[in-house]
Design a binder for this molecule. Structure first.
Ligand SMILES: [Zn+2]
Length: 241
């Protein structure tokens, strides 16, 4: 395989991923049902913030307005998917082999209520992040970090890898380590995809979070990789590394 063939052979590995571009929310009650980080969550009437089994109130982290996303998350097409997390001073992420199950809570808020933002109500609770909403999702090409490195290693003895050609491919296509929807998980250590607690199937990678997480649910330098079952509703598992 010459360098050009090598470069072409790795192109099919590229997957689309979407990177959020945020803008601050300055009015506390605005964009209550938008895809956003922090601030006050949309709470349908009669619904409270979830609690940890030991009684801790969980902190609102973010919510995705599913019909506005460029990709599906699990089997869900519409509604507001909310993430609540235990505050970082008591957060236990578990391990890659045994990811947490109680420290994070995902829930889908009834879609029929989303046209009624006035039904949302503020209530007390641990202060959350600086509110920001996603204005756009920027599409990029995502590389499989680990696999790409292995491919390079296998082919480094090829005489003429056309690094200029690779650079051109890599220009807007890279391993994206930050927050993203879709693409590949950027594990820094070896990890296997988790199995769904509902059906037992291997869960596909869905999205990952990092910098916002550092402000809320863990203090060490780590990325949260989220896997969503493609068929079971509201089955998510997260691996931190
Ligand atoms: Zn499942």
């Amino acid at each position: 395989m010459n360098g050009h063939e090598f470069a072409l052979s790795i192109v099919p590995l590229i997957r689309p991923a979407y990177l959020p571009e945020y803008e601050p929310i300055t009015e506390p009650d605005a964009h209550r049902t938008a895809t956003r980080v922090g601030g006050t969550p949309f709470l349908p009437e009669g619904m409270r913030r979830p609690k940890h089994p030991d009684g801790d109130e969980l902190v609102f982290a973010l919510q995705y307005r599913l019909e506005e996303l460029p990709v599906s998350i699990g089997p869900h097409e519409a509604g507001l998917l909310q993430l609540f997390a235990r505050h970082y001073d008591r957060f236990d992420a578990g391990t890659a082999q045994e990811p947490e199950t109680e420290e994070l809570r995902w829930r889908l808020v009834a879609p029929q209520r989303l046209g009624e933002p006035e039904a949302a109500h503020a209530e007390g609770g641990t202060p959350s992040l600086e509110p920001r909403r996603v204005e756009t999702w920027r599409r990029v090409g995502d590389w499989p970090g680990r696999d790409f490195s292995e491919l390079m290693a296998q082919h480094l003895d090829v005489e003429e890898i056309e690094f200029d050609l690779l650079d051109a491919y890599m220009n807007n296509q890279a391993m994206h380590y930050g927050e993203k929807l879709g693409g590949y998980p950027t594990f820094s250590q070896e990890a296997e995809p988790p199995e769904c607690l509902g059906c037992g199937a291997e869960m596909p990678f869905s999205f990952q979070l990092n910098e916002h997480g550092r402000e809320v649910w863990w203090q060490y330098d780590s990325t949260m990789h989220v896997f969503a079952c493609g068929t079971c509703p509201q089955q998510f598992r997260s691996i931190f590394n």
